[in-house]
Each structure stands twice: as structure tokens, then as C-alpha cells.
Design a protein around this ligand. Structure first.
Ligand code: PMT
Length: 398
């Protein structure tokens, strides 16, 4: 904990993925970080303290009564003086105990005592991850400012498939580095982002919508927030929780989304239109349409206002970025939108490709620029795609 040298307290709990914590410790040490480690009793069943001591060159704590650093009460001093507390893997049990403020071993005590930023990398059976109890804890901890690296989907040690695998060491290292070395290249820049789907009522009980989950827009909002931007979200219907620390203007219909963007764009230096607003809207019936006595129903869909085109007069001097969600003639259609909507650039995603577009945690995008420049990126997490988009924004806001 000398000035200039970064330090991480690695807390390991009892998951089969505990062996991966050794790799994380090793990568941290190789990147010049000083690593302190503590194990729960269950973690110690999976991997020995000697492994971490060997990798980090520092004593590994397994009890609150371990006092390997002279004159320091380690279970309090370490979580309050390192640059980051990393719980990886964190079991459902550890997450629940941390949420409830239970400190009954060295790891949970250190989490409760932590005043340094905390990053949690969960690992567990997918049913345990999906449990409302766990999700509620994760939501609560996020609201309290705790950071998470979401578990990945895939094969689990218990033989099932689902979300619950410890995130990859690369993804954990990326999240650690974001927190250890924050990039504040958008500090103070006001950014407006639209996210999610609009819902256009057919009658008082039915609506037309689309498959946008909000993941892409939220990834952008979170990444912009972490880079110091002042983020405002105009949020349609979404399937996942929004990031914390961001002003949110909730809307339902395209008309509401247009009005909200018109009202919020004034102070914004950048507008990123990641939402999937309706292109067509029905004229809603006043009462529920009855099925009895009808052979079927014909809906008339009228063109909906185009938000990006409508706000053009308010967008003078601002950086405006659109997305193109295409299923065919990808580049041709995206280039038409880039021009018609007068954008600084457009993010084309093939919404039929596996792992890309609606609802997925990953996206495969191509950035198209007005001067004909084209940049193609492989499928990667929406967070990484968001960072790529924001790298371009940094260049445009000067
Ligand atoms: O939310 P996720 O599940 O993570 O999915 C992400 C996404 C696929 C929704 C996102 O990556 C995306 O592509 N968003 C744009 C969806 C869309 O409406 O695409 P479009 O090609 O129909 O529209 C082109 C651009 O015009 C978009 O920036 C859109 O926000 C905007 N638009 C569209 C309709 C409309 N009435 N007004 C608009 O301004």
C-alpha cells in the first residue's frame, strides 16, 4: 500500500470456481498490483492458502484472528486501505450475508468493514443465481454502490447449463482495471441516451412493441458514467435493471419518448439513440376490442414520428449517434439512415446474427462514418461495444 502501487484484497469463497481465483491473483500480481488474500473455510476446502501465498508473496488470511501484519488489525485495516476489494468467486451465501450485514468469518467481516470500492464476481448454480433472493441482494448491493462482474452463461460444474459460471479472468481483470485506473475522458460531458422499446397501445389492454431489452443502452450509460459523463437516460420498456447514479426519464410510447428527448436534449453535448422506438403506431381503440362476432381484426398502422429526424433542429452543434437494427442489406440500409438522420456515425448491428442485437449480452457491430470510413468489430460484450462507441465520442467532443 505504498503510494503509486495499487493494491487489491482478493476474497475467495467456497465455489468450485475457487481454483480460478489463483489465476486472477496471478494476473493481478503480473500487472504490478499488490494482492492480499483471504479465504472462507469452504474456499479452503477447494484451494489451499499456500497457493495464494506462493502467488502473491503475502500471507493469506483464513481467520479474523490471523494478524500477519504487525501493528495492524488486518480484517479491518486491509478492506479500508486497499484500492479495491474483489470477491471472486462470490457464492450466493456470501452475497446474501454481505447484503444482510452478517460478519461471521474473515471474508464476510472484511466485506462489511470495507470502505474501499467493492467488486463482486458471483459464481453459483444458475437456479441459485436466478432466485429472487439472490437477484434482490444483487439489486440492493448495486444500489449501495457495489460493482459486479456478471456471471457468464455456459456449462456448470453441477452438470446443467445456465448463467452462473464465474466471469472469465479477462473480464474480471477488465472490470478491476476500470476501477483501479478510471478513465475520466468524458468528465463533465452531458450525454443523453435513449434506451429500450416503446409500447404503442392498440386498446387499453394491448400494445405493439419490440424485443429491445435495454442492455445495449444501459451498457452505454454505465460506461459513460464510469468515464465521468453526466448521463441522462430516456428509458422505454426494458427487461433488465438500469445502472445506478444516472438520471432516468421513464416513457412508454413513441410520442412520450419524442417529447422527453426534445425536452432533455438542450443541455446535452451528445445524444446516442440506442432505443428501439416504434416506426408505426395504431390509433388506439377506447375500449378493449372484443373477439366475439368478429372474423378477425384489421389494424391500421400509421407512420410514427422519427425521433432523430424530428430533433434535428435542436441538434445543431451536438454529436448525434444512431444505431441501425437491420436484418438484410445491412450496410446499404444503415448508410441510408446515417445520411437521412444526419448522424456523426451509425452503429450497425445485424439483429439476426447469433449473439448480436436484441436481448443478447453481446453485440457484433460495424461503425459507419459519413466520409465512407467503416470499422468492423467482432462479437463482444455490450459493455466493450459501449467503450468502442465512447472512444469515438471522446474524439468528437474534443
Ligand atoms: O436493447 P437490447 O436488447 O440490448 O438491443 C439493442 C438494440 C438492438 C435495440 C440496439 O443495439 C439498436 O440497434 N437500437 C436501435 C433500434 C432501432 O430502432 O433501429 P432502427 O434501424 O429502426 O432505427 C435507426 C435509428 O433511428 C436508431 O438510432 C433509432 O433509435 C432511431 N429511431 C428509430 C425509430 C424512430 N421512430 N425514431 C428514431 O429516432
Amino acid at each position: 500500500m505504498q503510494s503509486g502501487e495499487k493494491s487489491v484484497l482478493l476474497l475467495v469463497s467456497g465455489s468450485i470456481a475457487a481454483y480460478k481465483a489463483a489465476d486472477i491473483a496471478s494476473k493481478l500480481v503480473q500487472s504490478g498490483v499488490k494482492v492480499y488474500t483471504a479465504l472462507t473455510d469452504s474456499a479452503a476446502q477447494f484451494i489451499g492458502a499456500a497457493t495464494f501465498t506462493g502467488i502473491t508473496g503475502l500471507p493469506t488470511l483464513t481467520s479474523v484472528f490471523d494478524e500477519p501484519f504487525e501493528g495492524k488489525m488486518s480484517h479491518i485495516h486491509l478492506p479500508q486501505n486497499v484500492d479495491l476489494v474483489l470477491a471472486a468467486p462470490a457464492t450466493a451465501n456470501l452475497i446474501a450475508r454481505f447484503t444482510q450485514g452478517i460478519a461471521d468469518d474473515v471474508v464476510s467481516t472484511m466485506l462489511l468493514a470495507a470502505t474501499s470500492p467493492v467488486l463482486i464476481a458471483p459464481a453459483m448454480n444458475s437456479a441459485m443465481w436466478d432466485q429472487e433472493a439472490t437477484q434482490e441482494s444483487v439489486r440492493t448491493l448495486k444500489q449501495r454502490g457495489v460493482h459486479f462482474v456478471e456471471p457468464a452463461p455456459g456449462h456448470l460444474a453441477c452438470g446443467t447449463e445456465g448463467q452462473g459460471r464465474l466471469a472469465t479472468t479477462d473480464d474480471i481483470m477488465e472490470a478491476v482495471n476500470r476501477l483501479l485506473y478510471p478513465r475520466l475522458d468524458l468528465a463533465g460531458v452531458p450525454i443523453l441516451i435513449s434506451v429500450g422499446a416503446t409500447r404503442e397501445p392498440i386498446d387499453p389492454v394491448r400494445f405493439i412493441s419490440n424485443r429491445s431489452s435495454g442492455k445495449m443502452g444501459f451498457a452505454l450509460a454505465e460506461a459513460a458514467r464510469d468515464r465521468g459523463a453526466i448521463v441522462t437516460l430516456v428509458k422505454g420498456h426494458t427487461e433488465v435493471d438500469p445502472p445506478t447514479g444516472i438520471e432516468i426519464i421513464p416513457v412508454e410510447t413513441i410520442a412520450e419518448m419524442l417529447k422527453a428527448v426534445e425536452q432533455a436534449i438542450g443541455p446535452a453535448q451528445v445524444f446516442i439513440s440506442a432505443a428501439a422506438p416504434a416506426d408505426f403506431e395504431p390509433i388506439p381503440a377506447e375500449q378493449k376490442i372484443k373477439k366475439s362476432g368478429t372474423d378477425g381484426v384489421t389494424l391500421q398502422l400509421n407512420p410514427a414520428p422519427d425521433i432523430l429526424k424530428s430533433i434535428a433542429p435542436l441538434a445543431e452543434g451536438k454529436v448525434i449517434i444512431g444505431f441501425a437494427a437491420e436484418t438484410e442489406n445491412l450496410e446499404e440500409y444503415a448508410l441510408q439512415k446515417l445520411k437521412a438522420k444526419n448522424l456523426n456515425f451509425i452503429v450497425l448491428n445485424d439483429v439476426t446474427a447469433p449473439g448480436s442485437g436484441f436481448g443478447t449480452d453481446t453485440n457484433a457491430v460495424t461503425l459507419l462514418f459519413p466520409d465512407g470510413e467503416k470499422r468492423v468489430y467482432p462479437t463482444q460484450s455490450k459493455r466493450k461495444v459501449a467503450e468502442i462507441i465512447l472512444d469515438e465520442v471522446v474524439g468528437l467532443v474534443g
